[in-house]
Ligand binder design. Structure first.
Ligand SMILES: [Zn+2]
Length: 248
C-alpha cells in the first residue's frame, strides 16, 4: 500500500467523485470521522486496547470506500484528520498516513458483509486469554447468553497478524456468519456492528463476559446455557426487553 501525502481535502473528495463511485457528502464524512474517533477513544478508555493496538473501520455509506484508523497511532490521541480512506481491496485512496496493517482483514469483511457498517479489532485481555488458549468463550453467563446469543467462537483457520491471504480472510468472514464477534487464535478479537457505537458496545460486553467466564472456570466447572435456554432468551430479548420505540 503506498503512502499518500494528501489529507481528506475537498480536492480529494472531488477526485473520488470523479472516480464514479458516488459522491461523498463532506458533512457525512466529517460526522463519520468524529464517530470513529470517539469509538477508538472508547476502546482505549475501556482498556480494550493499549499502546497503538486496535483498529476501527467503518463503511462510508453508499460508496465502495472504508474509513479506517492509521497504523501506529494511540487510540487515545487520534484525530479525525488522521483517518484514512481505502477502497474495498485495501488500496489507499486518501489520507496523510499509512492505514492499519489489518486493513486487508477489515476491507475483506466490509466487501463480503455490506449489511454491516463497522469492524473493530481489539486485543482486550480476557478475551485474548481464550484466543491464546485456543478456546471459544463458553456461554456460562446470562449476560453472554442474552447479549451475544451463545459462545464466542474461534476463527477456524489460524492467521498471523496483518494477513492478506484470501483463505484466512475468508475463514474470518465465515466465522462471523451467525455471530457479531469472533476470536483470532493467539491474537485478538474481531467485532462487527451496524453502527460504530453498536460495535464498541459489543466489544465492551465481550471483554466483560470473557472475564466472567474466565473466573467461573477458575472457581468451578460451569454449565453452559443450552440451545433451548438460548432460544428462550433470544425471544425474551426480542419481545420483552427494553422500551417500545414510541417511548423515545
Ligand atoms: Zn491485532
Amino acid at each position: 500500500m503506498r503512502e499518500c501525502d494528501r489529507s481528506l481535502s475537498k480536492r480529494g473528495l472531488e477526485r473520488m467523485s470523479r472516480a464514479n463511485v458516488g459522491r461523498i457528502d463532506a458533512g457525512l464524512l466529517d460526522d463519520l470521522g468524529r464517530r470513529v474517533v470517539e469509538v477508538a477513544r472508547g476502546l482505549f478508555e475501556n482498556k480494550l486496547v493499549v499502546s497503538t493496538f486496535g483498529v476501527v473501520s467503518t463503511r462510508i455509506p453508499n460508496t465502495e470506500y472504508v474509513l479506517i484508523t492509521p497504523s501506529g497511532f494511540s487510540k487515545a490521541r487520534l484525530d479525525k484528520d488522521n483517518l484514512i480512506i481505502v477502497d474495498l481491496d485495501a488500496n489507499l485512496v486518501e489520507g496523510k498516513f499509512r492505514p492499519s496493517v489489518e486493513t486487508p482483514m477489515h476491507t475483506h469483511i466490509h466487501k463480503r458483509r455490506p449489511d454491516l457498517s463497522t469492524v473493530i479489532h481489539t486485543h482486550s485481555p480476557m478475551a485474548c486469554a481464550f484466543a491464546a488458549a485456543n478456546m471459544d468463550i463458553p456461554c456460562v453467563s446470562a449476560e453472554q447468553a442474552f447479549y451475544l446469543g451463545g459462545r464466542v467462537p474461534l476463527v477456524r483457520k489460524y492467521s498471523l497478524p496483518g494477513t492478506n491471504k484470501p483463505s484466512e480472510l475468508e475463514s474470518i468472514v465465515r466465522s462471523l456468519r451467525d455471530v457479531n464477534v469472533v476470536l483470532m487464535r493467539k491474537h485478538g478479537v474481531v467485532v462487527v456492528g451496524k453502527t460504530p457505537e453498536e460495535a464498541l458496545d459489543t466489544a465492551i460486553v465481550v471483554e466483560d463476559v470473557a472475564t466472567i467466564a474466565f473466573h467461573s472456570i477458575m472457581l468451578s466447572k460451569p454449565r453452559e446455557f443450552t440451545r433451548k435456554e438460548l432460544n428462550y432468551l433470544r425471544d425474551f430479548k426480542a419481545t420483552r426487553y427494553g422500551q417500545k420505540p414510541s417511548v423515545f
